[in-house]
Design a protein around this ligand. Structure first.
Ligand code: 13P
Length: 282
């Protein structure tokens, strides 16, 4: 089917009390792996790319791959800009055909975050494209961009932010971080419940690689409708590739090791779709 936006699949998830996995992809094989996992489990799924990934492969290449994968699939697939770091990049992704846009103004002061988010939301809504924003600051390193320290989301600020911007989904900072955790992350679940009480739009969890599955389920129970995984997909892909190269070091056919990477990513994504509770919801 054609690419879908994230609007309906996330509102359906909110109603049904499950979440949709949003998986960061960096090459054709990772896109194929995520879509194959979604197809096998009959789940909607979100493919997403960061600014650094876009710099590597371009919006047009990722969009074309995602569109082709979606058209061959029988389940809803969306292509989302993850952590769009400027109005300009958000508009480029919008024009390239991305069906969901994140504008991340979380590094700005409150009023500036509102201004840039509102501007992106207005532009995208004119064509029915939904927008995600972030308030507070998820810590750690996202792709090659160092987000620095974390700043937790304030529930009352979140309420005001959503009212003022008209944004569709809100990423919250409750103790997760991008990248690899040193220990088991401890999340502020109470804060998440407080946010859910005053914010009615679907909430988004970033930095989920390495968060225990039970904690993710608890977050979904408390209002998370979109769950982002990036780092673990990189690990899975690289593990598959290096296994082949270790066993047969003189392998020269990229298809041989890339297909093993693809297999590992598919296995990982299938497991996380189950954790999100979206299997069978396509
Ligand atoms: P990690 O996979 O690094 O935990 O983060 C994913 C994410 O939030 C992408 O935006």
């Amino acid at each position: 089917m054609p690419l879908v936006t994230t609007k309906k699949i996330l509102l359906d998830a909110q109603k049904g009390k499950y979440a949709i996995g949003a998986f960061n992809v960096e090459n054709m094989e990772m896109i194929q792996a995520v879509v194959a996992a979604a197809e096998e489990l009959q789940s909607p799924v979100i493919l997403q790319t960061t600014p650094t990934t876009i710099k590597y492969g371009s919006l047009e290449y990722y969009y074309a791959n995602a569109r082709t994968a979606a058209e061959k699939a029988s389940v809803p697939i969306a292509i989302h800009l993850d952590h769009g770091n400027s109005f300009e990049l958000a508009m480029q992704a919008f024009r390239a055909g991305y069906t969901s846009i994140m504008i991340d103004g979380s590094y700005e002061v409150f009023d500036k975050n509102i201004a840039v988010t509102k501007a992106v939301a207005e532009a995208c809504h004119s064509s029915g494209i939904p927008v995600e924003a972030e308030l507070g600051k998820v810590g750690g390193k996202e792709d090659d961009l160092d987000g620095g320290g974390a700043r937790y989301t304030d529930p009352q600020e979140a309420k005001l932010f959503v009212e003022k911007t008209g944004v569709d989904f809100l990423a919250v900072a409750i103790g997760t971080a991008h990248g690899i955790y040193k220990g088991v992350p401890k999340l502020d679940l109470e804060r998440l419940s407080e946010i859910q009480k005053v914010v009615t739009i679907p909430l988004v969890l970033h930095g989920t690689s390495g968060v225990p599955d039970d904690t993710v389920r608890e977050c979904i129970h408390r209002g998370i409708c979109k769950v982002n995984y990036a780092t673990d997909l990189r690990i899975a892909f690289s593990k598959g590739v290096s296994e082949v190269l270790r066993e047969v070091p003189d392998t020269i056919d990229p298809k041989k090791y890339s297909s093993k990477g693809r297999e590992e990513v598919k296995k990982y994504v299938m497991n996380k779709i189950e954790v999100c509770g979206s299997a069978g919801k396509a």
